[in-house]
Design a protein. Structure first.
Lengths: 284, 305
């Protein structure tokens, strides 16, 4: 029973980590709170519904295509709408709200308000030390781990990843060292949207797909980044796993609404004790 | 001079329901005066360089408190409205200091989460709040035995809106307004000369919750029916659009925004999806090219957003 709870928590938590990483990345680098982050999750899921569900592409090809298309959309938004607002928190936030409701209405106009389910590419369950694990969730978890490792390697090892870290730490010094901030913004926005839409794309067969499915994962991403510390990558990982575990522990006994309220109360307590989050930098 | 023109224009608009004697115009005018306190309440948090996404939650707290007190306990609506505002104040006083503990975007994220969770409670606690079906049959507003007709209710709403406006105007013109502005420009300096930044911010947040709570309670008695839908994220978007279009830097901004947006909202009620598309493009346009909003046609002002 406890093992089952832990496994469910990790399975859920890994998805939250992927969502929260992109969100925290955009904030860390551009100082923009991206309220449209959930809509890129939705875009990923909708694209999988189209490519896999209707056109019959292989599932993973559809997931990859959904990710690439959403990343391109994200980079376009960044270049046209967000570039001018880097560092201006309030206008940046309102702009992201605008992008969010535009994407939501477009999805609503194109697909209608009803939530649709798509055929599951993976069925059945397997057992791990007596705990029952559904295959589709396992695929999401493995996908998330692959995405996280790839992201970590990119951030630590590649020139671009190091450039992104430099801009996040100190934009002016980074540009003095020859790091072109513009391309870093564009890349980090694209990567963040890629992460969100991959999460949505992987989750599409697990839940239903509709124009409003992005808001709950976004709310969870908010909770995770506040818990872990805004702008902190290890914080997002820790926060995501903690949220997943606490949710699975509470949701099985009290229901998901109570679990969400409880996680919010925990976040408030964390803020009282450690204002910058569990792993946040001071004053970040 | 131009400000005088603006005030004259507003008085004229307030008188329209008596000039054009139509029930529909009256309804829209009432919706406008009931929305003004909400728009002003979000404007107050913008004055602190913060964006509160919890205002519709406070509106909902006010509305449900007032409705439940009159329906279940038979409290007089006039007292129930005050109780609704009071409960919003109590809740804001508890959470405000935590939300405002760290400067910057945490406030937005926390108020967003708070708003969503309050809405979830309205939806899920069906025995008390009626769930997604909401609460039906909220009685008409009355002060003791005197029941309010439509005209009287419009006047009441207008009075409340005017009071909120005057309070905000007084804040902007007084030392308090200067303190808010100074806090945004150089918090360290303000604290060094002895002004308690945290307390001022909490006080403003509590006041904004009070305005939203009262407005919510008045809305409940006007419409006679409330459901979680009216206090969700879409309502937040309405209020943000109102502020951005009107101009967030001035007290007149939200008023102008409300007068422009609320009629559109009522006309487009059947086409909510197009409405949000239009909203989105309006926000993009105003943020990119017209950040001071419509009010800048009437007056010179500082940039806030």
């Amino acid at each position: 029973m406890i093992l089952q709870m832990i496994i469910n928590g990790v399975l859920g938590g890994l998805m939250y980590v992927v969502m929260a990483l992109g969100f925290t990345l955009i904030f860390g680098i551009m100082r923009i709170v991206n309220f449209a982050h959930g809509e890129f999750y939705m875009a990923g899921a909708v694209l999988v519904m189209l490519l896999f569900g209707q056109f019959g592409w292989p599932f993973f090809v559809a997931v990859a295509a959904a990710g690439v298309l959403s990343a391109a959309l994200g980079m376009l938004c960044e270049r046209l709408l967000f570039r001018k607002l880097v560092g201006e928190e309030l206008p940046g936030m309102i702009m992201s709200l605008a992008v969010s409701i535009i994407l939501q209405s477009l999805a609503l106009l194109a697909f209608g308000p009803a939530e649709q389910s798509i055929a599951r590419p993976f069925d059945g369950t397997w057992t791990l030390f007596g705990a029952i694990v559904p295959w589709d969730r396992t695929v999401v978890a493995i996908g998330s781990v692959v995405i996280l490792l790839a992201f970590y390697a990119f951030l630590r090892l590649s020139r671009y990843g190091i450039a992104m870290q430099a801009v996040a730490q100190d934009r002016e010094t980074a540009s003095l060292m020859g790091v072109e901030a513009g391309s870093v913004y564009s890349m980090s926005f694209g990567i963040a949207c890629l992460l969100a839409s991959l999460a949505g794309a992987l989750m599409a067969p697990v839940y239903t797909v509709g124009p409003y499915i992005g808001s709950l994962p976004m709310l969870k991403a908010f909770v995770v980044v506040i818990l872990g510390g805004l702008g902190s990558v290890p914080g997002a990982v820790l926060g995501g796993l903690l949220l997943g575990l606490s949710e699975s522990a509470l949701a099985t006994t009290f229901g998901s609404t109570i679990a969400l309220i409880a996680s919010f109360i925990v976040v408030l307590c964390v803020i009282i004790v450690r204002p910058s989050g569990l792993m946040g930098r001071k004053g970040a | 001079m131009r400000k005088g023109l603006l005030v004259g224009l507003l008085v004229l608009i307030a008188a329209i329901p008596w000039i054009v004697k139509s029930g529909y115009v009256f309804h829209i005018a009432t919706m406008i005066v009931l929305t003004i306190p909400l728009a002003l309440s979000i404007n107050l948090t913008l004055k602190l360089d913060q964006l509160s996404l919890a205002q519709p939650a406070f509106m909902g707290i006010g509305a449900y408190t007032a409705a439940l007190l009159t329906m279940r306990l038979g409290v007089n609506p006039s007292l129930a409205v005050l109780a609704g505002g009071f409960l919003a104040v109590v809740i804001a006083t508890v959470f405000g200091p935590i939300f405002l503990r760290i400067k910057g975007v945490y406030f937005v994220l926390l108020t967003y989460a708070f708003g969503q969770i309050v809405n979830l409670v309205f939806q899920e606690w069906t025995s008390l709040f009626g769930g997604n079906n909401g609460l039906y049959g909220i009685p008409r507003f009355s002060i003791f035995a005197h029941s309010f007709g439509e005209t009287e209710y419009y006047i009441l709403g207008l009075g409340v809106a005017a009071l909120c406006f005057l309070a905000m105007y007084a804040i902007e013109r007084s030392d308090v307004g200067a303190i808010f502005q100074a806090l945004n420009e150089d918090e360290m300096f303000c604290r060094s000369i002895g002004s308690n930044a945290h307390s001022w911010r909490v006080a403003a947040f509590v006041m904004s919750a009070f305005m939203a709570g009262i407005a919510g309670a008045l809305y409940a008695f006007y419409i006679g029916f409330i459901s979680p839908d009216s206090f969700g994220f879409e309502a937040t978007i309405d209020l943000i659009v109102i502020n951005v279009i009107g101009g967030p830097g001035s007290v007149f901004g939200p008023i102008i925004g409300t007068i422009v947006v609320v009629p559109l909202l009522e006309f487009l009620r059947e086409m909510r999806q197009y409405q949000f598309l239009v909203y989105g493009f309006c926000l993009v346009f105003f943020i990119m090219f017209f950040r001071r909003g419509l009010v800048s046609i009437f007056e010179r002002q500082r940039e806030v957003v």
